[in-house]
Design a protein around this ligand. Sequence first.
Ligand code: GLN
Length: 487
Amino acid sequence: MDSLQFTAAELGRRIARRELSAVEATKAVLDRIEAVEGTFHCYVTVDAEGALKSAEQVQQQIDSGELRGPLAGVPVAVKDNISTKGMRTTCASHILDNYIPTFSAEAVNRLQRAGAVILGKTNMDEFAMGSTTETSYFGETKNPWNPEHVPGGSSGGSAAAVAAKECFCALGSDTGGSIRQPASFCGVVGMKPTYGTVSRYGLIAYGSSLDQIGPLTKDVTDCATLLDVIAGHDAKDSTSTARDDGPFAEALVDDVQGMRIGIPRDYFGEGLDAEVREAVLGAVKTLQERGAIVEEFDLSLVDYAIPAYYVIACAEASSNLARFEGVKYGYRAPEYDGLHSMFKRTRSEGFGAEVKRRIMLGSFVLSSGYYDAYYLKALRTKALIKSAFDKAFERFDVIVSPAAPTTAPKLGASLSDPIKMYLGDIYTISANLAGLPGITVPCGMDSKGLPVGIQMLGDCFQEKKLIRMAYTYEQSQNRRVQDEQTV
Ligand code: GLN
């Protein structure tokens, strides 16, 4: 049987049962990368040699009984803004195109301790700023369902790599939807955990108060499995939380009887593609048939989420990206005249247009005279959005919506109008402003043959409710497919 068909958890089980080795699985996926990477371009860096070496080591540890666990021997991909010791980490930017970190992110350390084999680093929007993976210095990634379309972003390389079977699962990062939206466009599962659940140590910061690392996987079981590996308190990240709610995989339960679903009326109005609406509401109906209680409610405050998000994210980005000036690491302009000219030329040549736009916007909203009018106002809006969600979660277990207003747009259709692209983040960004967990699960296809995703949001630290609901929905789809096949 073709091992590429396996989910990460299934592959892990088979490796544990010695049905195939970590090396065989790694070779199979490297062959696949070799065959299709020219078409999809999911990776910035593929470390074939390193992956095979680590697969051999892992296999030895499995054989000696030292290493056990669901991801032991499973080849994974890591977004290129997550530091990997000794492996180039570029943020898909010219300014970091020669940067080799001297340490790994905590999430990567945890993956490696669990025996996962790191295949390489996936493509992304430059510094995670974007929704299409077209702002990468290394060129765009293509959607495996139709290479004329974008994979979404900014974790488009990770989502596409999972969809194209160029890895078994992947890590992404989500500042305003960058895991959930590309998962939706590529027909895979993606989760942004509650802020603080996964350590941000070694994640190259975009908007520090919003960034979270999370899984992109073939199914909900893999999502819970990967989250169990990467989550956990880390003293190296002061915003990391110690959670004691037990393994996420415990929530893989096929039952939503009595769970309360809130449908924000405002999310299903103008601007939402009719086919996306139909697919998402169809999924809601399935959950209702399984015993969930569905009710509409008003969440109109989210109209302010996009402006608040772009003010806060850009403000934080302008500060976080100040460190890239050609002195300590990364690119340095070859010609300059004194220190200031070196900074200026390095940054002018090193950053792409979207990153520059955001640094300028961020510096503006933080400058004296505008700070109160824009930045503070955005922070107040963020607090109001959080309290609107707090109120909603008194009534509901899960809030359901689309992950994006449309399916994947065509390559080249989004970048000319940045404001329009920002508006596409409407369903995902409020979760980051409020620190909430969110999961996207595939829920159908549009008439162009592109995947649609349903998003489920939960209250802080309620990932288990999301996993349970997402799993139940997925099981109902699997049963439907089986029924159709037997007919
Ligand atoms: N599209 C959003 C932005 O450009 C979200 C990006 C992200 O989550 N990293 O900021």
